[in-house]
Write a protein that binds this ligand. Sequence first.
Ligand SMILES: [Zn+2]
Length: 78
Amino acid sequence: MNQQQFENFTASSLYCEKCKAAMPVRERLLLVLPDREIFDYLCTGCGSSVGRREITAGEKLMAEAMARRLPRRSVALQ
Ligand SMILES: [Zn+2]
């Protein structure tokens, strides 16, 4: 697992420490704030949280415009 690889991730799969592998993830809306939304990523193998993403209002507009090409800095490991 290297940094470069992680930066290229979209929401489709993330490394899971329990499964010891990159696993497909489920996106769950965790929190809605006036200026941003926070999403949690759950491993589809074991159900544990493997990542989190914040989308600001501006980024959300961008994201909607650009489909799945989200800004990479909005993805963070826990
Ligand atoms: Zn897992």
